[in-house]
Design a protein around this ligand. Sequence first.
Ligand code: AMP
Ligand code: ZN
Ligand code: FE
Ligand code: FE
Length: 280
Amino acid sequence: MRIDLHTHTRHSDGTDSPAELMANAAAAGLDAIGLTDHDTIAGWPEAAAHVATSGVALVPGAELSCTASGISVHLLSFLHDPEDPDLRRESARARESRDNRAREMVRRISADYSITWADVQAQAGPNATIGRPHIADALADKGYVPDRSAAFERILAAGGPYYVSYYAQDVIQAVRRVRAAGGVPILAHPRARARGRVISDDVIAAMTEAGLAGLEVDHRDHTDSDRAQLRALAHDLDLLITGASDYHGAGKVNELGENTTDPEVLEQIQAQGMGRIIWP
Ligand code: AMP
Ligand code: ZN
Ligand code: FE
Ligand code: FE
């Protein structure tokens, strides 16, 4: 069984539709996929509708924007109740704040580059969770940069003149909310330093006290030594270990199935989660 638990679609900053994601997962030889768009579960129904045709199981999830004392943290949630009011409110708040933040970034960027909010919207799916990748695509479309990565390096970097932050829930509260909603909280790419500051092991221990279920260890943003340290930490804290691609379609080089999760871990996630994995 090959399982990839972290992927994005056009409902956030991926480039595939959920149907395309399921077909591409089948083509990549995957047996199960976690759909984890940023701050939205809008892709669940379409992905679920393509489980039978693709033969790929769907683990419904989301990647929640969080903060720990100003450090940006991404928390994966699997199998939570889609109707849970607390998670819905926090996700809506993050999406709205991301929207306002992207408009402000575009306003600042437009002083130096000819780019409008409509250009950015044209890069995003309807009602998608807007992120810097959409601004990057608009800049690439206009020929200012060759691709997303170049836009992040040259124009969109955190700490740069155009960067604006956005509202995100406290990560300890988020872990509690995911558990209260019957979900299974897993810390995404804990050591992805290229994206900015990362949280300490003490914060991970506090998250574990609050109900954290696991760590995403095998991720392309982690070095071998990061992975070894995280494996040891997961062992000490009795946490599950996952691996995933963080696939974004054409928006990133990440390939479906480049990192995977053990079937026994997926069984644990199902045992802890209220929602059901949808099997073909
Ligand atoms: P945001 O959430 O709007 O701050 O944008 C961050 C998102 O952009 C992350 O989820 C990453 O997947 C993506 N990202 C970060 N750095 C890069 C990069 N160098 N190239 C492409 N995508 C990136
Ligand atoms: Zn993303
Ligand atoms: Fe992430
Ligand atoms: Fe992601």
